[in-house]
Write a protein that binds this ligand. Structure first.
Ligand SMILES: Cc1cc2nc3c(=O)[nH]c(=O)nc-3n(C[C@H](O)[C@H](O)[C@H](O)COP(=O)(O)O)c2cc1C
Length: 364
């Protein structure tokens, strides 16, 4: 019976345990460049079997929020190099989550104030993004109406992911996770209710709606090695104004099968609906399946033992517990993260959570 604390062979990368740190946007980059404090933050959490970084945009076009990092300029790559070096020196392993927000963006974040892009020119209703208001001040503003990508634009997106994956290797990452969940660009193409394109990237055909993601996965895998590529999806999560569509289960299961054939490092799900659907997805995807969403040491251990997942992904618990693996291993109590400091808020609630033993020593 595998336990959370057993090692795992992730396509040749040896993980000392099966606890993964979830990708979490913390919005503390300056001018899209990840800072020295992020090196401290991630190195503090190097006890994770694997760290997946916060969402990181592959291009200016892919950006949807202030203070998130990119991986498309020399300065950003240099910033990430400090972080991967710090994590590796602390004994950890780290993948970068590659991100394009699609229509979840605002003209004030785009080059020359252009419209953001998506599968179709339909704005995400009731969706706020962190950008600039009419006076140029940072503010929560409604997502702008996007332009539909033409074929040349789609090719540029694929190329941007390819460059970003190469940059990730130059920055010293162990691999990349392609973010195809949470209602961002890839899911905007996958969703049959939104994507009504009439070309080979959309419409009623499942293959068409999966094409952008699979073409991206293929070029990235070809460039950096399939064993270094993970993909994250969030079926039925309904984020960023995406809704139910006909053939939804079949779409996700077709994706699971297609990814299975590609022998990637892993598929990461943050939401899988019912247990029947989980079982069907697990059956369709034969590789390493990792999952996030409300795990405790106990429930994660049960999911591992039941063979539902291969690695357990923890998000919020890692914010306030840099030594989460050790705390769970010893049954030590967990600290609670301060929600107000999830995003932005400087160093408070970021690099100031001590490991348990230090806490105890201070208390003694
Ligand atoms: C502050 C915060 C930021 C997040 N940012 C991202 C992100 O950048 N990319 C992503 O795929 N998921 C993101 N998520 C979702 C987490 O990866 C994870 O799925 C979620 O927190 C559920 O796991 P948990 O219950 O262990 O926290 C974020 C969650 C939180 C709390």
């Amino acid at each position: 019976m595998p336990s959370l604390f057993d090692p795992y062979d992730l396509s040749g990368l040896r993980l000392p345990n099966r606890v993964v740190m979830a990708p979490m946007t913390r919005a503390r980059s300056i001018d899209t460049i990840p800072q020295e404090h992020a090196a401290i933050y991630y190195a503090q959490r190097a006890g994770a079997g694997l760290i997946i970084t916060e969402s990181t945009q592959v291009s200016v076009q892919g950006r949807g929020y202030l203070c998130t990092p990119g991986i498309h300029t020399a300065e950003q790559i240099a910033g990430w190099r400090r972080i991967t070096d710090a994590v590796h020196s602390a004994g950890g392993r780290i993948f970068v989550q590659l991100w394009h927000v699609g229509r979840a963006s605002h003209t004030s974040l785009q080059e020359f104030g252009r419209a953001p892009v998506s599968a179709v020119a339909v704005a995400a209703a009731d969706t706020l993004v962190q950008a600039y208001d009419a006076e140029g001040k940072p503010a929560q503003v409604p997502a702008s109406t996007p332009a539909a990508l033409d074929i040349a634009g789609i090719q540029r997106v694929v190329d941007d992911f390819l460059s970003a994956a190469r940059n990730a290797m130059a920055a010293g990452f162990d691999g990349v996770e392609i973010h195809a969940g949470n209602g961002y660009l890839f899911e905007q193409f996958i969703n049959g209710a939104l994507n009504t394109r009439d070309d080979r990237y959309g419409g009623g055909s499942i293959d068409n709606r999966l094409r952008l993601l699979l073409e991206t996965v293929d070029v990235v895998a070809e460039a950096i090695g399939k064993e270094r590529v993970g993909v994250r999806v969030s079926p039925f999560a309904r984020l960023n104004d995406l809704h139910a569509f006909s053939g939804e289960e079949d779409t996700w299961l077709a994706l699971a099968k297609a990814l299975s054939q590609r022998h990637l490092a892993y598929v990461h799900v943050s939401h899988l609906g019912t247990s029947d659907f989980h079982q069907a997805f697990r059956g369709a995807y034969r590789g390493t399946l990792i999952m996030a969403g409300g795990f405790t040491a106990e429930t994660a251990g049960q999911a591992l033992e039941a063979g539902q997942i291969d690695l357990a992904v923890f998000g919020r618990p890692f914010i306030a517990n840099p030594d989460l693996v050790e705390r769970m291993r010893h049954g030590w109590p967990l600290a609670e993260a301060e929600r107000e400091a999830f995003y932005g808020a400087g160093m408070r609630g970021y690099i100031d959570y001590p490991p348990f033993l230090v806490d105890e020593r201070v208390a003694a």
